[in-house]
Design a protein around this ligand. Structure first.
Ligand code: ADP
Length: 401
Protein backbone atom coordinates (compact mmCIF):
# COMPACT_ATOMS: atom_id res chain seq x y z
CA UNK A 1 0.00 0.00 0.00
CA UNK A 2 1.05 3.59 -0.54
CA UNK A 3 0.96 6.07 2.34
CA UNK A 4 1.32 9.83 2.07
CA UNK A 5 2.24 10.96 5.54
CA UNK A 6 2.06 14.73 6.05
CA UNK A 7 3.46 15.37 2.57
CA UNK A 8 4.07 18.94 1.40
CA UNK A 9 5.69 19.98 -1.87
CA UNK A 10 6.84 23.56 -2.29
CA UNK A 11 8.39 24.35 -5.67
CA UNK A 12 11.19 26.91 -6.03
CA UNK A 13 9.45 30.28 -6.27
CA UNK A 14 7.13 29.38 -3.41
CA UNK A 15 4.23 27.55 -5.11
CA UNK A 16 2.72 25.11 -2.64
CA UNK A 17 1.66 22.29 -4.97
CA UNK A 18 0.71 19.81 -2.25
CA UNK A 19 -0.11 20.84 1.30
CA UNK A 20 0.19 18.43 4.27
CA UNK A 21 -1.28 15.48 2.42
CA UNK A 22 -2.37 12.41 4.39
CA UNK A 23 -3.67 9.67 2.15
CA UNK A 24 -3.54 5.88 1.98
CA UNK A 25 -3.89 3.88 -1.21
CA UNK A 26 -4.81 0.35 -0.05
CA UNK A 27 -3.05 -2.53 -1.83
CA UNK A 28 -4.85 -3.76 -4.92
CA UNK A 29 -7.16 -0.76 -5.26
CA UNK A 30 -7.45 1.91 -7.92
CA UNK A 31 -7.19 5.36 -6.34
CA UNK A 32 -8.08 8.21 -8.67
CA UNK A 33 -6.73 11.70 -7.95
CA UNK A 34 -9.10 14.21 -9.49
CA UNK A 35 -9.48 17.97 -9.30
CA UNK A 36 -9.05 21.17 -11.29
CA UNK A 37 -5.89 21.87 -13.25
CA UNK A 38 -2.93 22.87 -11.07
CA UNK A 39 -4.32 21.41 -7.83
CA UNK A 40 -1.28 19.16 -7.29
CA UNK A 41 -2.39 15.79 -8.68
CA UNK A 42 0.65 15.14 -10.88
CA UNK A 43 3.00 16.35 -8.17
CA UNK A 44 1.37 13.90 -5.74
CA UNK A 45 1.68 11.05 -8.24
CA UNK A 46 5.33 11.78 -9.04
CA UNK A 47 6.32 11.75 -5.41
CA UNK A 48 5.57 8.01 -5.39
CA UNK A 49 8.30 7.16 -7.89
CA UNK A 50 10.57 10.03 -6.78
CA UNK A 51 10.36 12.05 -9.95
CA UNK A 52 9.47 14.76 -7.44
CA UNK A 53 10.83 14.82 -3.88
CA UNK A 54 8.60 16.09 -1.06
CA UNK A 55 9.66 19.20 0.83
CA UNK A 56 8.17 17.81 4.02
CA UNK A 57 6.67 14.50 5.10
CA UNK A 58 7.15 11.00 3.76
CA UNK A 59 5.79 8.72 1.07
CA UNK A 60 5.81 5.08 2.13
CA UNK A 61 5.49 2.01 -0.04
CA UNK A 62 4.45 -0.97 2.09
CA UNK A 63 5.70 0.91 5.12
CA UNK A 64 9.13 1.78 3.67
CA UNK A 65 10.12 5.35 2.82
CA UNK A 66 10.51 5.53 -0.96
CA UNK A 67 13.71 7.54 -0.38
CA UNK A 68 15.43 4.56 1.22
CA UNK A 69 17.46 2.87 -1.48
CA UNK A 70 18.04 3.71 -5.12
CA UNK A 71 15.41 5.45 -7.26
CA UNK A 72 16.14 3.04 -10.12
CA UNK A 73 15.34 0.00 -7.95
CA UNK A 74 12.17 1.69 -6.68
CA UNK A 75 11.00 2.42 -10.23
CA UNK A 76 11.37 -1.19 -11.35
CA UNK A 77 8.46 -1.98 -9.03
CA UNK A 78 6.36 0.89 -10.31
CA UNK A 79 4.82 1.01 -13.79
CA UNK A 80 4.30 4.50 -15.18
CA UNK A 81 1.82 5.45 -17.90
CA UNK A 82 1.50 8.98 -19.28
CA UNK A 83 -0.67 10.84 -21.76
CA UNK A 84 0.18 10.06 -25.38
CA UNK A 85 1.99 6.96 -24.18
CA UNK A 86 5.53 8.41 -24.51
CA UNK A 87 6.70 5.55 -26.72
CA UNK A 88 10.13 5.34 -28.34
CA UNK A 89 9.45 6.25 -32.00
CA UNK A 90 12.31 4.22 -33.49
CA UNK A 91 11.55 0.99 -31.66
CA UNK A 92 8.99 -1.58 -32.69
CA UNK A 93 5.86 -2.10 -30.59
CA UNK A 94 7.18 -5.33 -29.07
CA UNK A 95 10.48 -3.71 -28.15
CA UNK A 96 8.69 -0.71 -26.68
CA UNK A 97 6.62 -3.05 -24.50
CA UNK A 98 9.70 -5.07 -23.55
CA UNK A 99 11.73 -1.96 -22.65
CA UNK A 100 12.12 -2.75 -18.96
CA UNK A 101 12.78 -6.52 -19.30
CA UNK A 102 15.27 -5.75 -22.08
CA UNK A 103 16.96 -3.10 -19.93
CA UNK A 104 17.21 -5.54 -17.06
CA UNK A 105 18.73 -8.12 -19.41
CA UNK A 106 21.25 -5.49 -20.56
CA UNK A 107 19.55 -5.46 -23.99
CA UNK A 108 20.79 -9.05 -24.03
CA UNK A 109 20.85 -11.20 -27.11
CA UNK A 110 19.56 -14.71 -27.52
CA UNK A 111 17.41 -16.20 -24.82
CA UNK A 112 16.87 -13.10 -22.67
CA UNK A 113 15.74 -11.15 -25.71
CA UNK A 114 13.44 -13.93 -26.89
CA UNK A 115 11.92 -14.16 -23.41
CA UNK A 116 11.34 -10.41 -23.25
CA UNK A 117 9.63 -10.48 -26.64
CA UNK A 118 7.49 -13.48 -25.71
CA UNK A 119 6.36 -11.54 -22.63
CA UNK A 120 5.61 -8.54 -24.87
CA UNK A 121 3.33 -10.75 -27.01
CA UNK A 122 1.51 -11.93 -23.90
CA UNK A 123 0.99 -8.36 -22.78
CA UNK A 124 -0.28 -7.37 -26.21
CA UNK A 125 -2.96 -9.99 -25.90
CA UNK A 126 -3.76 -8.94 -22.34
CA UNK A 127 -4.21 -5.28 -23.33
CA UNK A 128 -6.25 -6.05 -26.43
CA UNK A 129 -3.58 -5.42 -29.08
CA UNK A 130 -3.53 -7.56 -32.22
CA UNK A 131 -0.34 -9.63 -32.55
CA UNK A 132 0.11 -8.33 -36.11
CA UNK A 133 1.11 -4.95 -34.65
CA UNK A 134 4.22 -6.33 -32.89
CA UNK A 135 6.68 -5.34 -35.62
CA UNK A 136 5.13 -1.98 -36.42
CA UNK A 137 6.35 1.39 -35.18
CA UNK A 138 4.37 3.73 -32.88
CA UNK A 139 3.45 6.22 -35.67
CA UNK A 140 1.73 3.37 -37.54
CA UNK A 141 -0.76 2.90 -34.66
CA UNK A 142 -3.87 4.87 -33.67
CA UNK A 143 -3.85 6.97 -30.49
CA UNK A 144 -5.89 4.36 -28.65
CA UNK A 145 -3.56 1.54 -29.73
CA UNK A 146 -0.51 3.57 -28.65
CA UNK A 147 -2.10 4.09 -25.26
CA UNK A 148 -2.63 0.33 -24.91
CA UNK A 149 1.06 -0.14 -25.75
CA UNK A 150 1.86 2.35 -22.97
CA UNK A 151 -0.16 0.27 -20.50
CA UNK A 152 1.40 -3.00 -21.74
CA UNK A 153 4.88 -1.51 -21.34
CA UNK A 154 4.12 -0.38 -17.79
CA UNK A 155 2.98 -3.91 -16.93
CA UNK A 156 5.98 -5.65 -18.53
CA UNK A 157 8.04 -6.03 -15.37
CA UNK A 158 4.88 -7.06 -13.47
CA UNK A 159 5.15 -4.19 -10.99
CA UNK A 160 2.81 -4.21 -8.00
CA UNK A 161 2.20 -0.47 -8.39
CA UNK A 162 0.98 1.38 -11.47
CA UNK A 163 1.02 5.18 -11.75
CA UNK A 164 -1.11 6.62 -14.54
CA UNK A 165 -1.03 10.34 -15.35
CA UNK A 166 -4.00 11.40 -17.51
CA UNK A 167 -3.52 8.14 -19.43
CA UNK A 168 -6.62 8.45 -21.60
CA UNK A 169 -6.93 12.22 -22.07
CA UNK A 170 -5.43 12.40 -25.55
CA UNK A 171 -7.85 10.02 -27.28
CA UNK A 172 -11.41 10.60 -28.49
CA UNK A 173 -14.34 9.84 -26.18
CA UNK A 174 -15.25 6.45 -27.70
CA UNK A 175 -11.68 5.15 -27.54
CA UNK A 176 -11.34 6.62 -24.05
CA UNK A 177 -14.40 4.70 -22.87
CA UNK A 178 -13.02 1.44 -24.25
CA UNK A 179 -9.59 2.03 -22.63
CA UNK A 180 -11.33 2.72 -19.32
CA UNK A 181 -13.30 -0.53 -19.69
CA UNK A 182 -10.04 -2.32 -20.44
CA UNK A 183 -8.41 -0.94 -17.30
CA UNK A 184 -11.37 -2.08 -15.18
CA UNK A 185 -11.16 -5.53 -16.79
CA UNK A 186 -7.38 -5.75 -16.24
CA UNK A 187 -7.70 -4.67 -12.62
CA UNK A 188 -10.31 -7.35 -11.96
CA UNK A 189 -7.61 -9.95 -12.59
CA UNK A 190 -4.31 -8.16 -11.87
CA UNK A 191 -5.22 -6.26 -8.66
CA UNK A 192 -2.36 -3.77 -8.97
CA UNK A 193 -2.19 -0.81 -6.65
CA UNK A 194 -3.08 1.91 -9.14
CA UNK A 195 -2.89 5.67 -8.71
CA UNK A 196 -4.51 7.42 -11.65
CA UNK A 197 -4.58 11.18 -12.22
CA UNK A 198 -7.39 12.76 -14.21
CA UNK A 199 -9.27 16.06 -14.43
CA UNK A 200 -12.36 14.18 -15.60
CA UNK A 201 -14.75 13.36 -12.75
CA UNK A 202 -16.72 10.92 -14.92
CA UNK A 203 -13.53 8.94 -15.53
CA UNK A 204 -12.74 9.03 -11.79
CA UNK A 205 -16.18 7.69 -10.91
CA UNK A 206 -16.02 5.02 -13.56
CA UNK A 207 -12.58 3.52 -12.92
CA UNK A 208 -11.88 4.35 -9.26
CA UNK A 209 -12.38 2.06 -6.29
CA UNK A 210 -11.62 5.21 -4.35
CA UNK A 211 -11.58 8.82 -5.49
CA UNK A 212 -9.51 11.58 -3.87
CA UNK A 213 -11.00 14.91 -4.91
CA UNK A 214 -8.54 17.80 -4.55
CA UNK A 215 -9.19 21.45 -3.87
CA UNK A 216 -6.82 24.02 -5.40
CA UNK A 217 -3.35 24.16 -3.79
CA UNK A 218 -2.98 20.47 -3.00
CA UNK A 219 -5.57 19.99 -0.29
CA UNK A 220 -7.96 17.04 -0.36
CA UNK A 221 -11.65 17.86 -0.20
CA UNK A 222 -12.97 14.28 0.08
CA UNK A 223 -11.71 10.72 -0.27
CA UNK A 224 -14.46 8.24 -0.86
CA UNK A 225 -15.86 5.45 -2.95
CA UNK A 226 -17.47 6.80 -6.13
CA UNK A 227 -20.96 5.86 -5.01
CA UNK A 228 -20.52 7.46 -1.62
CA UNK A 229 -19.00 10.57 -3.17
CA UNK A 230 -22.08 10.92 -5.35
CA UNK A 231 -24.51 10.30 -2.52
CA UNK A 232 -22.82 12.32 0.22
CA UNK A 233 -20.53 15.15 -0.94
CA UNK A 234 -18.99 16.85 2.09
CA UNK A 235 -19.58 20.40 0.90
CA UNK A 236 -20.64 22.64 -1.97
CA UNK A 237 -17.17 22.52 -3.59
CA UNK A 238 -17.43 18.75 -3.98
CA UNK A 239 -21.08 18.99 -5.00
CA UNK A 240 -20.29 21.52 -7.74
CA UNK A 241 -17.37 19.45 -9.00
CA UNK A 242 -19.59 16.39 -9.28
CA UNK A 243 -22.16 18.19 -11.45
CA UNK A 244 -25.89 18.57 -11.31
CA UNK A 245 -27.14 15.05 -12.05
CA UNK A 246 -25.24 13.14 -9.40
CA UNK A 247 -28.43 11.60 -8.04
CA UNK A 248 -29.07 9.84 -11.32
CA UNK A 249 -25.40 8.88 -11.84
CA UNK A 250 -25.32 7.30 -8.41
CA UNK A 251 -27.95 4.82 -9.52
CA UNK A 252 -25.27 3.17 -11.70
CA UNK A 253 -23.86 1.70 -8.49
CA UNK A 254 -27.14 0.25 -7.30
CA UNK A 255 -28.00 -3.22 -8.64
CA UNK A 256 -31.33 -3.78 -10.37
CA UNK A 257 -31.54 -7.08 -8.49
CA UNK A 258 -32.96 -5.10 -5.57
CA UNK A 259 -35.98 -4.15 -7.62
CA UNK A 260 -39.20 -6.03 -6.77
CA UNK A 261 -40.64 -6.52 -10.25
CA UNK A 262 -44.37 -6.83 -10.88
CA UNK A 263 -45.26 -10.12 -12.58
CA UNK A 264 -48.99 -9.43 -12.84
CA UNK A 265 -49.50 -7.29 -15.99
CA UNK A 266 -48.12 -10.01 -18.29
CA UNK A 267 -50.02 -12.18 -20.79
CA UNK A 268 -49.08 -14.84 -23.32
CA UNK A 269 -49.59 -13.90 -26.97
CA UNK A 270 -51.92 -16.91 -27.31
CA UNK A 271 -54.15 -15.65 -24.51
CA UNK A 272 -57.74 -14.85 -25.65
CA UNK A 273 -58.40 -11.09 -25.66
CA UNK A 274 -61.15 -11.42 -23.05
CA UNK A 275 -58.83 -13.27 -20.69
CA UNK A 276 -56.14 -10.64 -21.24
CA UNK A 277 -58.65 -7.93 -20.31
CA UNK A 278 -59.31 -9.87 -17.12
CA UNK A 279 -55.57 -9.85 -16.32
CA UNK A 280 -55.44 -6.08 -16.88
CA UNK A 281 -58.41 -5.54 -14.57
CA UNK A 282 -56.82 -7.67 -11.89
CA UNK A 283 -53.48 -5.89 -12.18
CA UNK A 284 -55.35 -2.56 -12.26
CA UNK A 285 -53.26 -1.59 -15.24
CA UNK A 286 -53.85 0.12 -18.58
CA UNK A 287 -50.88 -1.67 -20.14
CA UNK A 288 -50.05 -5.35 -20.46
CA UNK A 289 -46.80 -6.90 -21.60
CA UNK A 290 -47.33 -9.58 -24.24
CA UNK A 291 -44.85 -12.48 -24.14
CA UNK A 292 -44.32 -15.45 -26.45
CA UNK A 293 -44.43 -19.16 -25.54
CA UNK A 294 -40.85 -18.93 -24.19
CA UNK A 295 -41.78 -15.92 -22.06
CA UNK A 296 -39.72 -13.57 -24.19
CA UNK A 297 -41.17 -10.06 -24.57
CA UNK A 298 -43.08 -9.16 -27.74
CA UNK A 299 -44.46 -5.74 -26.90
CA UNK A 300 -46.94 -3.70 -24.87
CA UNK A 301 -50.66 -3.62 -25.49
CA UNK A 302 -53.23 -1.20 -24.09
CA UNK A 303 -56.63 -2.14 -22.70
CA UNK A 304 -58.17 -0.05 -25.52
CA UNK A 305 -56.31 -2.03 -28.18
CA UNK A 306 -57.47 -5.32 -26.60
CA UNK A 307 -61.06 -4.10 -26.45
CA UNK A 308 -60.94 -3.18 -30.14
CA UNK A 309 -59.97 -6.72 -31.18
CA UNK A 310 -62.48 -8.87 -33.06
CA UNK A 311 -64.15 -11.68 -31.06
CA UNK A 312 -61.98 -14.80 -30.99
CA UNK A 313 -58.71 -12.82 -31.27
CA UNK A 314 -55.70 -13.29 -29.04
CA UNK A 315 -53.52 -10.76 -27.23
CA UNK A 316 -50.75 -11.30 -29.80
CA UNK A 317 -53.09 -10.18 -32.61
CA UNK A 318 -53.30 -6.63 -31.23
CA UNK A 319 -51.06 -3.85 -32.41
CA UNK A 320 -48.07 -4.08 -30.05
CA UNK A 321 -46.02 -1.12 -28.85
CA UNK A 322 -42.21 -1.72 -28.83
CA UNK A 323 -40.86 -2.50 -25.36
CA UNK A 324 -37.51 -0.71 -25.80
CA UNK A 325 -34.43 -1.89 -23.96
CA UNK A 326 -34.85 -4.62 -21.37
CA UNK A 327 -33.26 -4.67 -17.91
CA UNK A 328 -31.09 -7.64 -16.95
CA UNK A 329 -32.17 -8.26 -13.37
CA UNK A 330 -28.89 -9.96 -12.47
CA UNK A 331 -26.50 -7.66 -14.30
CA UNK A 332 -27.94 -4.17 -14.79
CA UNK A 333 -28.10 -1.19 -12.46
CA UNK A 334 -31.04 0.80 -11.22
CA UNK A 335 -29.87 3.54 -13.60
CA UNK A 336 -30.51 1.21 -16.55
CA UNK A 337 -33.87 0.27 -15.03
CA UNK A 338 -34.86 3.92 -14.59
CA UNK A 339 -33.72 4.78 -18.10
CA UNK A 340 -35.72 1.94 -19.63
CA UNK A 341 -38.76 3.00 -17.59
CA UNK A 342 -38.49 6.64 -18.66
CA UNK A 343 -38.16 5.65 -22.32
CA UNK A 344 -41.01 3.14 -22.26
CA UNK A 345 -44.38 4.37 -23.61
CA UNK A 346 -45.99 2.20 -20.94
CA UNK A 347 -44.02 3.91 -18.15
CA UNK A 348 -42.73 0.45 -17.21
CA UNK A 349 -39.67 -1.44 -18.30
CA UNK A 350 -39.20 -5.15 -18.88
CA UNK A 351 -36.95 -7.08 -16.48
CA UNK A 352 -35.41 -10.23 -17.96
CA UNK A 353 -33.24 -13.08 -16.69
CA UNK A 354 -29.93 -14.20 -18.24
CA UNK A 355 -31.82 -16.08 -20.99
CA UNK A 356 -33.88 -13.03 -21.91
CA UNK A 357 -37.07 -14.40 -20.33
CA UNK A 358 -39.40 -11.93 -18.67
CA UNK A 359 -39.24 -11.87 -14.88
CA UNK A 360 -41.55 -8.91 -14.35
CA UNK A 361 -42.00 -5.22 -15.10
CA UNK A 362 -40.88 -2.06 -13.33
CA UNK A 363 -42.87 0.91 -12.14
CA UNK A 364 -41.85 4.28 -10.71
CA UNK A 365 -43.15 3.28 -7.29
CA UNK A 366 -41.10 0.07 -7.30
CA UNK A 367 -38.01 1.98 -8.47
CA UNK A 368 -38.42 4.50 -5.69
CA UNK A 369 -38.57 1.75 -3.05
CA UNK A 370 -35.51 -0.03 -4.48
CA UNK A 371 -33.50 3.21 -4.65
CA UNK A 372 -34.04 4.09 -1.03
CA UNK A 373 -33.34 0.54 0.20
CA UNK A 374 -30.15 0.12 -1.87
CA UNK A 375 -28.93 3.62 -1.01
CA UNK A 376 -28.85 2.84 2.68
CA UNK A 377 -26.90 -0.41 2.18
CA UNK A 378 -24.32 1.22 -0.07
CA UNK A 379 -23.71 4.10 2.33
CA UNK A 380 -22.58 1.69 5.02
CA UNK A 381 -20.26 -0.24 2.65
CA UNK A 382 -18.78 2.99 1.24
CA UNK A 383 -17.93 4.30 4.67
CA UNK A 384 -16.02 1.13 5.53
CA UNK A 385 -13.79 1.29 2.42
CA UNK A 386 -13.27 5.05 2.60
CA UNK A 387 -12.21 4.72 6.22
CA UNK A 388 -9.30 2.55 5.03
CA UNK A 389 -8.01 5.41 2.91
CA UNK A 390 -6.93 7.17 6.05
CA UNK A 391 -7.75 9.82 8.47
CA UNK A 392 -9.37 12.04 5.91
CA UNK A 393 -12.69 13.80 5.85
CA UNK A 394 -15.61 11.58 4.92
CA UNK A 395 -19.20 12.68 4.83
CA UNK A 396 -20.79 12.84 8.23
CA UNK A 397 -24.39 12.04 8.89
CA UNK A 398 -26.29 14.88 10.45
CA UNK A 399 -26.54 14.22 14.18
CA UNK A 400 -29.77 15.42 15.73
CA UNK A 401 -29.38 17.48 18.89
P1 ADP B 1 -2.16 19.13 -11.58
O1 ADP B 1 -1.54 17.82 -11.91
O2 ADP B 1 -3.26 19.03 -10.59
O3 ADP B 1 -2.57 19.93 -12.78
P2 ADP B 1 0.52 19.91 -10.75
O4 ADP B 1 0.91 18.96 -9.68
O5 ADP B 1 1.07 19.67 -12.10
O6 ADP B 1 -1.06 20.01 -10.80
O7 ADP B 1 0.92 21.37 -10.32
C1 ADP B 1 0.56 21.93 -9.04
C2 ADP B 1 1.11 23.34 -8.94
O8 ADP B 1 2.53 23.29 -8.93
C3 ADP B 1 0.74 24.23 -10.12
O9 ADP B 1 0.52 25.54 -9.62
C4 ADP B 1 1.95 24.19 -11.00
O10 ADP B 1 2.09 25.37 -11.74
C5 ADP B 1 3.07 24.06 -9.98
N1 ADP B 1 4.23 23.30 -10.53
C6 ADP B 1 4.20 22.06 -11.04
N2 ADP B 1 5.43 21.65 -11.42
C7 ADP B 1 6.26 22.68 -11.12
C8 ADP B 1 7.68 22.89 -11.26
N3 ADP B 1 8.47 21.94 -11.75
N4 ADP B 1 8.19 24.08 -10.85
C9 ADP B 1 7.39 25.03 -10.31
N5 ADP B 1 6.05 24.89 -10.15
C10 ADP B 1 5.49 23.74 -10.56
Amino acid sequence: MITFDGVTKRYPGGTIAVDSLDLIVPTGTTMVLVGPSGCGKTTTLRMVNRMVEPTEGRVLLDGKDVRDGKASALRRGIGYVIQQAGLFPHRTIEDNIATVPLLMAGWGRGKARARARARARELMELTGLDASLARRYPHQLSGGQQQRVGVARALAADPPVLLMDEPFSAVDPIVRASLQDELIRLQATLHKTVVLVTHDIEEAIKVGDLVALFRPHGVIAQVDTPEHLLSAPVDSYVENFLGFDRGIRRLSFLAASGLALDDRPIVGDDSPAAAALGVAAQAEDEWLLVVDGERRPRGWVTVNALTALLPGSHAGDAELVPYGHTVGVATDSLRAALDATVLSPAGRAVGVDAEGRVVGVTSYERLRAAISAAGEAISAAGEALAAQAGDVPVAEEAVPD
